[in-house]
Design a protein around this ligand. Structure first.
Ligand code: G1P
Length: 291
């Protein structure tokens, strides 16, 4: 039984080059999925999972993320003046969502380095990591699912899903085997970041939800640049595995890679179809297309 997970770290310092030119000025985390910036989906998932404190790792040009989660005095005053109470509630709701702290990552040295930037704010307690590009639609929030595994098993837990073929090379990949008592739990024996297809130890890809023990920080400090010349979180978790248990959890839900153009389009279609205000009209529109 570990301590309670209260804090979630959101690495948001990356350059978002896959979405140029849209991300030349706008942070990729602020691109809208239907009508909400993609990072807000992650923040809402964290809150719905019981997280109390969000730590967003930002960098140059990411100021609009802070503005988004702050009060917007002029907008709110104007909406109030015009009697647009529903929209006012939407705007105020975003700033009331969560207690958020920001840390600037001065250089984009990799995901592991971004997580290390949260060390002082996290302190000596287990914490969650949410990669905002991974938008997950699930009945039970994905982070909540892995937090429950952490509560029961006590070791770090990584969300995972099966990825077929050479697409596996875009992920951190787990080595290990399914737990005999729970086929959703994967007992890790190793992991490798972005292996070649031929070298991938399994089809279990790491998806951007983690619960980690604070021991990871000391290991991140010792981690040297790995895949892509970056300080990789996967490499530090592999080192953690030598000292503590680490589990994968094959979560229930559907994940979209909103950091990728095709993934963003897929998420847009599926999220729009689910909306009561847009779904019926959008469905009729899609059916009328000659595909
Ligand atoms: C990161 C992690 C990788 C993980 C992936 C999930 O990679 O390094 O282990 O599988 O997120 O989205 P990135 O997509 O930032 O290259």
């Amino acid at each position: 039984m570990g301590k309670q997970v209260r804090k979630a770290v959101f690495p948001a310092g990356g350059l978002g080059t896959r979405f140029l030119p849209a991300t030349k000025v706008i942070p990729k985390e602020m691109l809208a999925l239907v009508d909400k910036p993609i990072i807000q989906y992650g923040v809402e998932e964290a809150i719905a999972s019981g997280i109390e404190h969000i730590i967003i790792i930002t960098g140059r040009g990411k100021g609009t993320i802070e503005d988004h989660f702050d009060n917007s005095f002029e907008l709110d005053a104007e909406l109030a003046r015009k009697g647009k109470h529903e929209l006012l509630a939407v705007s105020r709701g975003v700033s009331a969502l969560a207690r958020i702290s920001y840390v600037r990552q001065k250089e984009p040295l990799g995901l592991g380095h971004a997580v290390l930037c949260a060390r002082e704010l996290v302190g000596d307690e287990p914490f969650a990591v949410i990669l905002p590009d991974d938008v997950i639609d699930a009945k039970v929030p994905c982070l909540k699912q892995i937090m429950e595994v952490f509560d029961k098993r006590g070791g770090s837990v990584l969300a995972t899903q099966t990825v077929e073929g050479d697409a596996i090379s875009a992920y951190g990949v787990l080595a290990g085997s399914q737990d005999p008592d729970n086929s959703r739990i994967y007992n890790c024996t190793g992991m490798v970041e972005k292996p070649k297809f031929a070298d991938a130890p399994s089809k279990q890809a790491i998806i951007g939800r983690y619960v980690l023990t604070p021991r990871i920080f000391a290991l991140l400090e010792q981690t040297t640049p790995g895949a892509g010349g970056e300080i990789q979180l996967t490499d530090a978790i592999r080192a953690l595995l030598k000292e503590e248990k680490v589990f994968g959890y094959i979560f229930e839900g559907k994940r979209f890679d909103a950091g990728d153009k095709l993934g963003m389009l897929q998420a847009t279609v599926e999220f729009a179809l689910k909306r009561s205000d847009l779904g019926p009209q959008f469905r009729a529109y899609l059916k009328g297309l000659e595909l």
